[in-house]
Design a protein. Structure first.
Lengths: 152, 270
């Protein structure tokens, strides 16, 4: 395994400890620099896609309801509300501890890179027929994350 | 434990995702420490992705000299990627086998970028020289390169003495399975070179997993190829497969040393 992937995993797992997260992100900048940011985004995307494809297959679930249930309803650390119909689900998330962690160390750009960038690939992996849109993110200093899932 | 210091896992060397998946699973299941080589920036990105699938796959960043002309305007990107790389390869000089001769004037400037990075960060280099061994060797010395593997060495026996004095390593592998396909002179020279490698500078490689497309052979994975390769090399060197495997393990351990960039390799080397 490359030390690049090892570092990405460590960063992604450290949001509960902003001090450690800050140290890891400083190390990331020193060791890899900007040239590796796009690569990291691609690796996170591929990892997320394959992880959620596996999960969907294990649970034998591909419906929009199943996705929302696993992704949102089982998540207890954020604050959000869900508006749903048969073919679409709108989430408004107004508190996210991951965004709070990155904001507390003024490194929101890395929050987007290592966390928020994965959201479209969760959906692609789980069921490519489900589509995803988002126009606002807390990490980007918006008032909420407006995740929108729909069936074409 | 098998240690493969030079393998290509991406296309066109290994055609098709199914074979690739099989190759990666084989590496992972059989704990085959594998230095995965790249030949372009795009190839490096793929190799990085494959390296997330097994803790035994270690990505190496390189651009084959054949593609040097495609990087005239991307030198900054190459420099930046070298900064974060674990090791460098496959890099070097090769005018003989370059299909597109447009690459030739750009090979040396590109190779010097890799040499500078290796010198500054003390990076391990996996080298491809074809007909340019002496020039390549002199460049390595002039840049004070400490850790280098001559992949499938194709230079003279005389130059081997100087390379050996410098402590650079030689990787041999798949070609040993094609002795019966070689003409007599070429076969004799190959055997002489394999015999001429000092015990403490020999490491193993596969380079490309054989396929019908490349070698007119059925596809085979590393775990079944290695015993065959080691057996032939042991016969040539008047040794035993166990001794060859053990010696190569020692040599890779020495080559890696305490390089912090290669600490994940040290972790999996038993």
């Amino acid at each position: 395994m490359s030390d690049l992937w090892e570092k990405i995993r460590a960063i992604r797992q450290s949001w509960r400890d902003p001090k450690r997260l800050n140290v890891l992100l400083d190390e990331w900048e020193r060791r890899f620099g900007d040239a590796y940011n796009q690569i990291a985004e691609e690796l996170v995307a591929e990892h997320t896609r394959s992880t959620w494809a596996k999960l969907s297959s294990q649970k034998e679930a591909t419906s929009l309801d199943a996705l929302i249930s696993i992704l949102w309803e089982e998540w207890t650390e954020g604050e959000f509300n869900i508006e749903r119909s048969e073919t679409e689900v709108q989430i408004f998330c107004t508190k996210c501890p991951i965004a709070d962690a990155y904001k507390s160390i003024n490194k929101e750009n890395y929050g987007i890179l290592f966390h928020c960038s994965e959201d479209p690939f969760i959906v692609k992996g789980f069921n490519p027929k489900i589509k995803f849109k988002r126009t606002k993110t807390l990490m980007n200093a918006d008032d909420c994350c407006d995740h929108y899932y729909y069936l074409e | 434990m098998y240690i493969n210091t030079h393998l290509h896992l991406d296309d066109p060397w290994l055609k098709g995702d199914q074979r690739r998946q099989e190759a990666i699973q084989d590496i992972d299941r059989n704990h085959i420490v594998t230095f995965a080589q790249s030949c372009s920036i795009e190839s490096y990105k793929k190799i990085l992705s494959y390296s997330t699938k097994s803790r035994f796959i270690f990505p190496s960043f390189g651009i084959l000299p054949w593609y040097a002309h495609e990087y005239i305007d991307r030198t900054e990107e190459v420099v930046d990627l070298c900064e974060g790389a674990m090791m460098l390869g496959e890099v070097g000089l090769d005018e003989r086998n370059a299909e597109d001769k447009a690459c030739i004037p750009h090979q040396r400037p590109l190779f010097k970028i890799f040499l500078e990075a290796a010198e500054n960060k003390n990076l391990l280099m996996n080298l491809h020289f074809r007909g340019t061994e002496e020039e390549g060797f002199n460049l390595l010395k002039s840049y004070n390169i400490k850790k280098a593997i001559f992949h499938s060495y194709s230079g003279s026996l005389e130059l081997m003495d100087q390379i050996t004095d410098q402590g650079y390593f030689y990787s041999v592998g798949l070609s040993s399975l094609f002795l019966n396909r070689m003409k007599n002179v070429r076969r004799d020279l190959f055997v002489e070179k394999v015999k001429n490698i000092p015990d403490d500078l020999l490491v193993l490689e596969i380079d490309e997993l054989p396929t019908i497309e490349w070698f007119k052979m059925d596809f085979e994975v590393s775990s079944t190829l290695f015993p065959k390769i080691i057996k032939v090399i042991a016969e040539i060197r008047n040794s035993t497969p166990e001794e060859i495997e053990s010696q190569c393990h020692k040599n890779v351990t020495k080559l890696i040393g305490k390089d912090p960039r290669l600490k994940n390799i040290t972790k999996v080397l038993k």
